[in-house]
Design a protein. Sequence first.
Length: 151
Amino acid sequence: MAMHGLGVFDKTVQTTEQWVSEVAKELNLEDKHRAFQGLRATLHAVRNRMPMGEAAHLGAELPTLLAGFYYEGWKPESTPTKERTQAAFLETVQSHVHQYIRDENPGFEIEQLARAVFRVMSDRIPAGEMQDITHMLPAELKELFPEAVRA
C-alpha cells in the first residue's frame, strides 16, 4: 500500500528508514531520531573529507531522501578537509552531532557511531564504491571501516 501515492517517494522513505533502523540497531539505540542525526552527522563528515567528485559518487549511492540530507549545507569549495587522524575525524563528527542533537549526551559514543554508519554503508553501497572511499582516506581513518572494505 502506498504511503504517499507516488512510488518513488514511498521507496525513498522506506529505504531511508531502513538505513536509520540499521544504524539504530548497530548502536543499540531505540531513539531513531538520534540514530538519524548521527547518520547525518557522519555522512557530512565523510563527505567533507573526500574530493568533490568522490563525494558526489557517494551521494549517488544514497536513497534520494537521504541524499538530500547528505548534500545539505555542503560547500564543495571547502573540501576536502584534511583530518588525518581518527581523533580529528571523530572530533568533526562530534561537532556535527552536537549541531543536530543539542544534548550533551547523544546516547552513543562518537567512535561507535562512525563504525556503525560505516558498517551500514558497507552493507548497502557497492563494494567498489566503498573501496574508492576508503582508498582516499589516511590509514587511521580507514580503521573505522569494516575490514572487508579496507583492503
